[in-house]
Write a protein that binds this ligand. Structure first.
Ligand code: FAD
Length: 487
């Protein structure tokens, strides 16, 4: 079935599930031709399949996108299968000769897109790719010798110096669509969990409107004290934009523009907005690193770390995933992750350090658990951060910097509010003992109705011993280990 009149163009949505600030959509609309918006659920692609929490998000995000498109006169065509085959089928059905898309910069997606563009070009169909997900295209921010930056601070400096914020692109009022085409129903894709539905604690509003609402709330709230507040896990002081950014429901430049506008309006200090921009810079750094170093999710960036003597500790790993290690800040974080699909950044660092350094479990196992349970699971950011904690990454925290889960808890959750929320069995324990319940006198535990080993576990490792063990293991890799630092 080909259509009469001007040939339509295809608009291939992937990780840009929004209408505003969407370069591919804006360019497709500007052709004046009918636009056929399509999303292809390609589970067989080489690209790592989305984890369970991320699939939950995708389900809602696609519904939101579909509604926004319908309001503008176009309908989102959903197809499941091989991307190239589905695009070809759509091209046959519509007579389209152009595919508009925002690029994926992860190596596998990048290579797949290039193959598809090459194959379609041979048949007279052009793929037009844009950057709709990052502040700058990887390759546009390079060091003096023309290579990728491996250290964050100079990368950020160069990023902010070389790229300019693009002008906002408002969502179109209307989008002339093409005649009806066959489409899957998103509810048939099984993205939402059933049997059991473990998502009942997921308190999120996926989609472009949800992203904008999160940004507005953050700019009016947490941003003014972001530098200090972002480290306190009991405070809603961060933006919670990560899953929205991952699915491209908002562009990083839009978030930056809102923070900078608050500075202009005098409601926020420039230093707070700069800190927020720097954190978005870490997302950018991760994406650029992965683009240039495709093995980042699978192999140590510093190859000597692949000789690390990791332990097989199935029981320890299970206790970690379930939030039953006996260290309240670790357990609170892991339960927050399981319940909500998200964990506070400070606590992500603590739990990652615990599984890597206290349990000596390979960082890749932790990375895989996060991949499956985080709504913001992102190949580049996840791998980069896990390698940062492991000490094996590009601009990593040194391995010998070992987080002490008790003092970290006491420092960043001094009143114990965060751990009591996620470990309610410790709710009546005075803050003084809350981060190390095994040190509390028996009468305090009795009063708080905490029986260690019954209501709440005893620590599965002794941190001081585990730390010595980790430093000894480190010597295998670097020959160092004695100059330990503790946080
Ligand atoms: P905000 O503090 O409001 O920050 C704004 C934005 O900056 C975030 O939305 C995010 O896009 C970006 N950002 C902030 N910190 C980082 C960082 N350290 N690295 C990369 N980007 C950052 N973030 C992910 O988006 N996906 C992941 O899979 C992921 N895995 C992680 C694994 C570990 C072990 C650690 C320590 C961190 C990980 N992070 C990951 C980074 C960070 O924890 C989250 O981006 C942040 O907690 C999201 O909350 P927010 O949106 O409220 O952040």
């Amino acid at each position: 079935m080909t259509t009469q009149g001007p040939k339509p163009v295809l608009l291939w949505f992937r990780r840009d599930l929004r209408l505003a600030d969407n370069p591919a959509l804006t360019r497709a609309r500007a052709t004046g031709r009918p636009v056929v918006p399509v999303y292809i659920h390609d589970e067989g692609a080489a690209v790592r399949p989305a984890g369970a929490a991320s699939r939950w998000w995708l389900d809602k995000s696609l519904r939101a996108l579909s509604e926004s498109l319908t309001e503008r006169g176009a309908s989102l065509i959903l197809r499941r299968g091989d991307s190239e085959a589905e695009l070809r089928r759509l091209i046959d059905q519509t007579g389209a000769d152009t595919v508009f898309l925002n690029r994926l910069f992860e190596p596998e997606g990048w290579a797949r897109d290039a193959d598809i563009a090459h194959a379609l070009k041979a048949e007279g169909v052009e793929c037009k790719g844009y950057n709709g997900t990052l502040m700058a295209r990887p390759g546009n921010v390079l060091n003096g010798s023309g290579g990728p930056y491996k250290v964050f601070t100079p990368f950020l400096k160069a990023l902010l110096a070389t790229v300019e914020a693009p002008s906002p692109m408002p969502a179109p009022q209307d989008l002339p669509g093409a005649p009806a085409l066959d489409s899957d129903r998103v509810e048939d894709w099984g993205l939402h969990p059933t049997r059991p539905d473990w998502s009942t604690g997921f308190d999120w509003t996926p989609g472009e409107a949800g992203a904008e609402a999160a940004l507005t709330a953050f700019v009016a709230g947490g941003l003014s004290d972001y530098g200090a507040g972002r480290d306190i896990p009991s405070r809603p002081a961060t933006s919670r934009l990560s899953p929205h950014l991952h699915r491209g429901e908002i562009s990083p430049w839009r978030a930056i523009a809102a923070a900078r506008a608050a500075v202009e309006a005098g409601t926020v200090k420039a230093s707070e907005a700069d800190k927020f921009v720097a954190e978005i810079g870490w997302r950018e750094f991760s994406a650029h690193l992965l683009h240039h170093f495709p093995t980042l999710p699978d192999a140590a960036f510093r190859p000597e770390y692949d000789a690390f003597p990791w332990r097989d500790d199935e029981a320890g790993f299970r206790a970690w995933t379930k939030g039953l290690t006996g260290y309240p800040i670790v357990d609170a974080g892991m339960r927050q992750l399981w319940t909500t699909g998200w964990m506070h950044n400070r606590v992500r660092m603590i739990v990652a350090s615990f599984v890597i350094k206290d349990l000596l479990i390979d960082w890749r196992r932790g990375e895989a658990w996060f991949w499956n349970t985080l709504v913001d699971a992102d190949l580049a950011s996840n791998a980069q951060n896990w390698q940062w904690v492991a000490g094996s990454g590009a601009d990593a925290s040194p391995y010998f910097r070992i987080f002490n889960p008790v003092t970290q808890g006491q420092k960043f959750d001094a009143d114990g509010r965060y751990i009591k929320r996620w470990c309610p069995e410790l709710a009546s324990l005075p803050a003084k003992w809350a981060h190390a319940p095994w040190t509390a006198p028996p009468e305090v535990l009795r009063e708080a109705r905490v029986r260690l080993g019954f209501d709440y576990p005893r620590p599965i490792v002794d941190h001081a011993q585990a730390r010595d063990r980790a430093l000894a293991a480190l010597k295998v890799v670097t020959g160092r280990g004695q100059d330990a630092a503790q946080d």
